[in-house]
Design a protein around this ligand. Sequence first.
Ligand code: AHE
Ligand code: ZN
Length: 373
Amino acid sequence: TAGKTITCKAAVAWEAGKPLSLEDVEVAPPKAGEVRVKVEYTGLCHTDTYTLSGSDPEGAFPSILGHEGAGYVESVGEGVTHVKEGDSVILLYTAECKECKFCKSGKTNLCQRVRATQGQGVMPDGTKRFTCKGKELNHFMGTSCFSQYTVVSQFSLVAVNQEAKQDRTCLLGCGVTTGYGAATHTANVEEGSTVAVFGIGCVGLAVIDGAVANKAGRIIAIDVNPEKKAWAEKFGATDFVQADKVDDIVKHLVEMTDGGLDYTFDCTGNVKVMRSALEACHKGWGVSTVIGVAAAGQEIATRPFQLVTGRKWQGSAFGGVKGRTELPGLVEKYLKGQFKVDEYITHSQDLENINKGLEEMKKGGCIRCVIKM
Ligand code: AHE
Ligand code: ZN
């Protein structure tokens, strides 16, 4: 198949707010510096539904969504050396070129090598590889995993241990790495410290797992859904607070922790929750990490006094993790049973039923739904 166009199934987002539609799409071969991947499994993430809803300023239609994927390299374009046909790979919406100013800074995982074109829904050369019914389709987050075959930049994927099952490793492409990394990399939670996690979905649970790995002393999980208590405890939370059952969540948390938390995390994307997460931090040193994606046009607010008095507000994308450098090691840790991945999967669907999966995500009982491509 190398060098030839492949026709396969994909779930196409023709327009915002409409269900995905299963189509035959043509996937062109990879050009220089690109890789064509046979996607085997894709996790559903709220960012996919967010973009499908039409609220994402970068959302371009028609497109192929999906960004939490794992599969095999089908073929590589000219000049690609770090992956080869048959490699088991995880797709990376946060690319890593190892050469740009950002990659070389040692201060961030936000490689910018392909970021501008990624946001425009095109490959780095400005063109597209997907065609359906004579129309070109946009790429999404540099990955477009809702297709049985996709083409990505050579910087947007990483080969990992073949032993690890792809219906699990796909979760490392977004949710699990994002939460786990936010706790272990971005905040680097200290041993014995107090932690609060707002929003107990996949990302929130992964923050809890990361806080446990870093030996936090107390981990308070917060959600409006009481069913999340059991989930949070299973992952190692020591306390659960049902947010809508207390008058003032900030006051409540500050009282519970003798002055506030050492570390808090927003995994909701709700800007009011982000404010509470900051203000529940301990005076003088508390650090709040924003992870959730807020809807277009939303802004965060607090009294500057909160920062003047030593609370810090920061954010994290993909858990601060450099995909090509660090995901192979995370996969090894998973294989040794040193951190959780299987435990998030509550639902699975075939590609034909992807819309069912997207519906199931709206229920609290769905942590992750994995699509078999
Ligand atoms: N496209 C949106 C921003 C969306 C956003 O914040 N994306 C997160 C990843 S969500 C994963 O489920 C992110 O990491 N962003 C960093 C980046 O480089 O995109 C908008 O507002 O335009
Ligand atoms: Zn995601």
